[in-house]
Design a protein around this ligand. Structure first.
Ligand SMILES: C[S@@+](CC[C@H](N)C(=O)[O-])C[C@H]1O[C@@H](n2cnc3c(N)ncnc32)[C@H](O)[C@@H]1O
Ligand SMILES: [Zn+2]
Length: 264
């Protein structure tokens, strides 16, 4: 599945540490097992989530608060019986771990270096974790039986390039009520998510599941949740103050899992 970022040819694991393509391009794994496949010289205007957001996400997910997504997504992907799975924008890898199965090849990538490092340590040899961007995916053409995107950016041409004909794309997007209690505290003008599904205009939808659970967070968990989202950067000061003085925060975790078919 892996592609050389320089020439797009297949990238093979040569000796467990160095990966190479037929043209002689070489990439070494870092000590944590991750592989940097950002094209050298690529302008780095965006960097993905920073270290603080990634740590907050890891701590929050380790408390089991997204269990409904982890269990449900694992089952939905299993039903598609893929041999190769690409996790786009994998973050720190807790959700990727739910996609790993014996005999399945899993490649996971994210633009954020701190996220990929944590993912590589958590997943070990069960998945290949790479630093790469969604507009230059580290996968060869038509090599992925299932391409998964969980609350991450999408790029239509790249999803269509890497997905196998007859394969599937599984997109997780926020349901209308996702993180409602947190957003009500932070923003005076709270509005439910619009429920728009990325890529649904490009590929036929063949399945849709709503995975939802009501939770009551203590203040520490609510602050972790805030710190792992873009709300960390754009919430107004008075909203953050309301969050910091709350004792508990009721939130709905609400996901829409959409399965799209890639025509054969
Ligand atoms: C909301 S997080 C989701 C992470 C993970 N899928 C999860 O559900 O835990 C969005 C992720 O997209 C990554 N990201 C942002 N821009 C990206 C890009 N251009 N290419 C790849 N990943 C990107 C961020 O670094 C972050 O890890
Ligand atoms: Zn190459």
């Amino acid at each position: 599945m892996l592609a050389c970022p320089l020439c797009r040819a297949a990238l093979e694991d040569l000796d467990g540490r160095t990966f190479g393509c037929a043209a002689g391009h070489r990439f070494d794994r870092a000590r944590d097992g991750s592989l940097d496949l950002l094209r050298p010289g690529r302008p780095r205007r965006e960097t993905g989530d920073d270290g603080g957001m990634v740590q907050a996400r890891r701590s929050f997910l380790d408390r089991g608060r997204y269990a409904v997504l982890i269990d449900g997504l694992g089952q939905i992907v299993d039903r598609l019986q893929p041999r190769t799975v690409l996790d786009v924008g994998c973050g720190e890898g807790t959700i990727t771990a739910a996609l790993v199965r014996a005999g399945r090849e899993v490649v996971a990538f994210d633009l954020s270096k701190p996220a990929v490092r944590l993912a590589a340590r958590r997943l070990g040899p069960a998945a290949t974790c790479c630093v790469a961007g969604v507009t230059e995916m580290p996968a060869t053409d038509r090599s992925c039986d299932v391409v998964v995107s969980v609350m991450s950016p999408t790029s239509e041409p790249e999803f269509l390039r890497v997905a196998r004909r007859g394969g599937h794309v599984v997109v997780v997007s926020p349901g209308p009520d996702h993180l409602d209690g947190l957003r009500r505290l932070l923003y005076a003008d709270y509005r439910p998510h619009d429920g728009e599904v990325p890529l649904a205009g490009a590929l036929p939808v063949v399945g849709s599941a709503r995975l939802r659970s009501e939770q009551v967070l203590d203040r520490e968990e609510a602050e972790l949740l805030w710190a792992m989202t873009p709300y960390r950067w754009n919430a107004p000061a008075e909203g953050v103050e309301r969050l910091r003085t709350a004792t508990t925060v009721p939130v709905t975790v609400d996901f829409v899992v959409t399965t799209l078919a890639v025509p054969g």
